[in-house]
Write a protein that binds this ligand. Sequence first.
Ligand code: OOG
Ligand code: NI
Length: 453
Amino acid sequence: MPHPHYPSADVIRDRFSRAMSDMYQAEVPQYGTLLELVDQVNRETLERDPALAQRLSEYDEHERLGVERHGAIRVGSAREMTMLRRLFAVMGMHPVGYYDLSVAGVPVHATAFRPIDDTALARNPFRLFTSLLRLELIDDAALRERAAALLAARDIFTPALRELVERFELQGGLTETEVERFVTEALETFRWHQDATVDLATYEALHAEHRLIADVVCFRGPHINHLTPRTLDIDEVQRRMPEVGIAPKTVIEGPPRRDCPILLRQTSFKALEEPIRFAGRDQGTHTARFGEIEQRGVALTAEGRALYDRLLSRSRTRTQGRDNGQHQQVLAEVFAAFPDDEGELRRRGLAFFEYRLTEAGKAAAAMADIDLEALIERGLVEARPITYEDFLPVSAAGIFQSNLGGGERQAYAGNASRATLEEALGVPIIDELALYATRERKSRESVLAALGQ
Ligand code: OOG
Ligand code: NI
């Protein structure tokens, strides 16, 4: 039994994500500017659209909007991944989803640490997209060994953090004082370091193999490389970024603008070139850190997702090299084939919904014959879209590429290896579709049970 006075995982995650956001704002002032812009546009959007405001509060999304962030880090070894998994468990964040980026020419695979239950998501859905470098994809044996040796020699966690994680596992929680210390110590892992652990020549050799390898291997730790607030109008934020001195990446990734937003749309500002001191006192620069924004829509079923993937790949040849206006135009044309009506998305099994009794439903007498569609039609039950809480590999590749430079790269030969990532984590990766499906099924069962009695 956890001690009743231990702060909950939700409290710890909330504090940590705020502390991380403060640290990143201090480190990358442009991110602070981005937060202000997003906040401004969100407020304007809600003022213009009271129905949206109403809906967000009813759906438990209003509260979380101001604190909602995702971030990303990249680590180098299974050992680091195992410890991260234990660290995030303290905050109720578990590995969900497998993302293979090697197909897009980025030598990593990834998962997202995030909360999984409804109340935790409503409180603060903080997620961390966490990539593990796949050294085996580096061809040059000498370079591969050099990278492995550098990774073996570092410890990205403070001794105090290791102790606190162990204590959490033994006690089943942390005291208030321990939580404070935990947040401070955990931040250290994600801090930026101006000093590289290698000399300039080594950095350049690793950089020449792949910029990402240099980013993962040449520093004391996995600096947080971006944080991402959630916006209610991504097109407007993209449009206004230059007005506040921020250069956005060329196109917004993901689906086009729609009446019923699906999955996730994302854009970022270009990574900054920052001064670095290399071992041996050489000065140089490194480009890694940026800011991103996202707009979230409904989670899609496997069928909906297959349709999304099909349409996205169909649009690909026509969007190549286009500016954002043309890109969105092409997407809008191609995605005309994707139903844009909540009822239709639901009846065709393309998206996940959560069922609830309406006030009339709560007051209704027990029924012998209950059919969900009929109940919805009669206004006794309502279906709400379930927000997508995860990521998209093609979009992620677009974000990686725009911040690593060099444009599109060839796919690495070498198959996706979910099992290897799970071995590194020390636990199975949770299937995101199963989470949404369970939430939908439970809500359906509970409204039917309530009305059937
Ligand atoms: C991660 C890029 C992926 C997203 O939002 O899809 C990502 C990285 O650059 O490390 O954060
Ligand atoms: Ni991101």
